[in-house]
Design a protein around this ligand. Structure first.
Ligand SMILES: C[S@@+](CC[C@H](N)C(=O)[O-])C[C@H]1O[C@@H](n2cnc3c(N)ncnc32)[C@H](O)[C@@H]1O
Length: 417
């Protein structure tokens, strides 16, 4: 039997909510999207991402009504999904209730339908009091992260968390080798797709509404890619010159690799330790008509992959907490733990230390994260510069998440020999 969008949404969310499984949406959602009727795919994605974004608040809303957590995480997922529809979506209440209960039935959770129905109805009756009681959780972030954000960004923390709970818009990057941005905008408008340009991001176009990217004009021909506007801003920080030997040390899925190559002819090595993700770099470059050398390797172990020729430029788009991109990856709020941050900072430090000797004198290493935490950003770079007398930080910028994602970038120049 084919399952409804709500039933599939519950199957995506349950392994995330079940702490014993703690599976990311990237691991569960694609297969469930493929099982979903095409007309309901956008609804499925919105319900899953939205429920995950608001999930911590929704848990606080329902907590006073539950004597204990349901043993089956699918029941918890259905309760949160039902609440999300009632509190945040414009789904008529009777449809939200009926369809959520029906989804429970279709998943073989017949015995829980009474509980789901009763709790969602109680929420409707007591909604004002429940929202008042859950108000301290309105930010919908885990305590450790809310505290850390308030410590790092006392003035901006509430806005950062609010931005993390917004639904992101799809941002495109126009392939400068294939067409001009204004021409692509004309193609979009001709296809009836509402879109606008982004100030300060020359290749960026924002779509008004969610869209299946593969049906965008000239998608297969490689005229556009999906990339956040702030991520596109990183190209300008790299100070590239045609013909340079460049290392993209953490390249997958290849967004920044492609952006570099769309603007410059480079001798570029794109490295990633994850073979599956590296394949996505190959696929993306292939679609866009671009070329780079690809290598699967741990960037911290240059002895296993480096040919001894120094690089003029290194981009280190480091693995990070992802705290600047929570809107797009709301599952991070459930999956990350406070003590993960120290481990991530350690890996970033190892990457910086391993790659610095590969940079030519006078060369530039650009360090990027999509984190907003000082430990991964300003403090990481300050410590590096303090320990490397031949390193000078010539550019440092933090973009906080707003309509676009949060990023940090620091450019380190190596002293001439
Ligand atoms: C933030 S993502 C890179 C995003 C990419 N630069 C882009 O613009 O599309 C970080 C990448 O680092 C890779 N990675 C993590 N640790 C690594 C290591 N030690 N060596 C090489 N790659 C690593 C991950 O597999 C992941 O693909």
């Amino acid at each position: 039997m084919s399952l409804s969008a709500r039933a599939l949404a519950a199957l995506a969310l349950a392994p995330l909510l079940d702490q014993r499984q703690a599976r990311s949406l990237a691991a569960t959602l694609p297969e469930l999207q493929a099982r979903c009727a095409p007309r309901d795919r956008a609804l499925l994605t919105e319900m899953v991402q939205g429920t995950a974004r608001q999930g911590i608040y929704l848990q606080a809303l329902i907590a006073p009504l539950l004597r204990h957590s349901p043993a089956d995480a699918r029941v918890t997922a259905l309760l949160l999904l039902g609440l999300y529809q009632l509190a945040f979506m414009r789904v008529p209440a009777h449809a939200a209730l009926q369809e959520t209960v029906e989804a429970a039935r279709s998943l073989g959770l017949e015995r829980s339908t009474g509980l789901i129905n009763a709790l969602l109805r109680r929420y409707q009756r007591e909604s004002d009091a429940l929202h008042l009681r859950a108000a301290p959780w309105r930010h919908s972030h885990p305590v450790w992260l809310a505290e850390r954000l308030r410590q790092d960004w006392p003035e901006q923390a509430e806005a950062i968390m609010a931005a993390a709970n917004d639904t992101p818009r799809l941002c495109l990057r126009v392939n400068a080798r294939r067409c001009r941005r204004d021409d692509y905008l004309t193609h979009l408008h001709a296809a009836g797709i509402a879109a606008s340009t982004v100030a300060d991001a020359d290749d960026a176009i924002l779509l008004e509404q969610a869209h299946d990217v593969s049906s965008l004009p000239f998608w297969q021909e490689g005229w556009v890619s999906v990339q956040d506007a702030h991520a596109q801003g990183i190209l300008a920080c790299l100070d590239l010159q045609p013909g340079q030997r460049v290392l993209d040390a953490c390249a997958a899925p290849g967004g920044k690799t492609a952006h570099m190559l769309e603007h410059f002819d480079l001798d570029l090595l794109a490295l990633d330790q994850d073979a599956q993700r590296l394949q996505r770099v190959a696929d993306n470059l292939g679609r866009l008509g671009l070329h780079a050398k690809l290598q699967q390797a741990d960037a911290r172990q240059p002895a296993s992959w480096w040919d001894g020729q120094p690089f003029a430029r290194i981009l280190l788009d480091a693995p990070c907490s992802g705290t600047g991109v929570l809107r797009r990856h709301p599952d991070i709020k459930f999956l990350r733990r406070a003590d993960d941050i120290d481990k991530i900072v350690q890996v970033q430090r190892e990457l910086l230390n391993a790659l610095w000797p590969l940079l030519a004198p006078g060369g530039r290493l650009t360090y990027v994260t999509c984190s907003v935490l000082h430990a991964e950003n300003q403090e990481q770079i300050a410590a590096f510069v303090a320990q490397h007398s031949d390193a000078r930080c010539c550019l440092e910028q933090a973009w906080l998440p707003d309509e676009h994602d949060g990023f940090y970038v620091a450019a380190l120049v190596k002293a001439d020999a």
